[in-house]
Design a protein around this ligand. Sequence first.
Ligand code: ATP
Ligand code: MG
Length: 559
Amino acid sequence: MAENGAMASNFVQNAIEEDLRNGKYTEGIHTRFPPEPNGYLHVGHAKSICLNFGLAEKNAGLCNLRFDDTNPTKEDVEYVDSIQEDIRWLGFSWGDRKFYASDYFEKLYEFAVQLIEKGLAYVDDLSADEIRAYRGTLTEPGRESPCRNRSKEESLELFRRMREGEFEDGAHVLRAKIDMASPNINMRDPVIYRIAHTKHHRTGDAWCIYPMYDFAHPLSDAIEGITHSVCTLEFEAHRPFYDWLLESLGFDVNTRPRQIEFARLELTNTITSKRKLRQLVEEGHVRGWDDPRMPTISGLRRRGYTPASIRDFCERIGVAKSNSLVDVAMLEHCVREDLNEHADRVMAVLRPLKVVLTNYPEGKTEYLQADNNPMHGGTRFVPFSREIFIEQEDFMEEAPKKFFRLKPGGEVRLKHAYIIKCEEVIKDETGRVCELHCSIDPDSKTGGATANRKIKGTIHWVDAKQALNAEVRLYDYLLTTDENGNLPEDFIASLNPDSLIVLKDAKVEPSLKWTAAGTHYQFLRDGYFVVDPDTTPEHLVFNRVVGLRDSWSKEQKKG
Ligand code: ATP
Ligand code: MG
């Protein structure tokens, strides 16, 4: 596994090294992670976090956390808090460098004034619709606004009055003055300030004009001394404006930030759009942002993903220049690998069937030794007495030949315990199997005379007297997708009705009595589980992280 965040070489790292060779950025490398606090972070953001913090680490540089909070209508402190928690949980630190674009509102305003003074920005009176209509298309140049050539003095005065709150929302905007015929639509006099009489979660009512993202972002980077502004591919066409803005305001090309784009992470079966995730939460399709089915970092955490597994995943997928879809099975593979190494093995029965061991003395309890994890050693004792639970699916009355678990007259080995034989099947009034009567081979436990007798199947079990009741939550993908894992257009209509299955009568071995939320286990033969925060000593709750079967690594081997 890779070191914490230290990304293997990639094209962004190569670009940094080239800059350093060319004598740029002599003060050191400085990146940033710039979330907009309008939702919880998701697995795609994890990639960006690992990349930005990883680049800083690799180059002995720094990485800032900056909230890009320029759109007050959608932003909230709840998101600001969750984002910090998620980054820390992933294992990264911004030190004392937490910033907000809103901290720069005064400076940004001054930069805008400078642009007007240089004749590079003007106040426009066109409405949003008119601006759109004037903008032209990919094949046709745009038209100039009648306000484009108004005097600097007039624009300065109008811009000041915009700030003073003299105008309604939408009455004016400030636009950069670049080129209405540019083949790049982002260069056709983009809007850089708008009027919005909206309270901001940090600046309150201090402002009624807000900078546009494309204006605020490059300047925030420059103010913080960012050297490499790493962002996703959709910003490629915005880079000319990024450079134009910094050039126009006189930032030195050898020290000012450079934007580099990489491909965003898209995963099969997985929504990576904050807007859609918010819709799932707001419409109540999931329990919240941290629902274990959500691809949010908080959802992955509650589901039982570990920070190491997510960092490992981000390392393995690498950083590319073109978009591609990653198989979610690879993420599952990473957590399986981590938990295989770190989680203790225990026995839990999800859908219990009672077994009475008719030749085992009543009132007797033995404590049998069981190993915790073959990689680390360690053992514990599990109780065994006359009544136990096994999985319903480990018994079949009319079993096919290849069924090597329990069947009438058949034998099976109980993990860490005896060989048992099914003598009698007890059914309720409806004909459902409700209990088995079995005999044990008393010499078949470890060290006994028949301990090595050849038996095809081994099953897990828990002692009925001392078993703890547990609620177990099993998860499937939130959405049903096409065979390639692509998401359907109407994702609400494609919600998988079986994405959550709750088993209320599970039984787990008593060693789990004092377990705490966040602890991982392998339930033998079943998968990896984590203790949910809903758990109490009286009511244990487990989430299944992943099953044991690894489709991804199998595919790789077939490959
Ligand atoms: P969304 O489209 O989900 O709302 P966003 O890009 O608007 O995401 P931001 O808060 O602006 O969300 O993202 C912060 C940083 O994370 C940005 O630099 C963005 O490029 C990056 N990022 C967002 N989604 C992904 C993704 N799927 N893969 C990699 N990086 C991403
Ligand atoms: Mg964004």
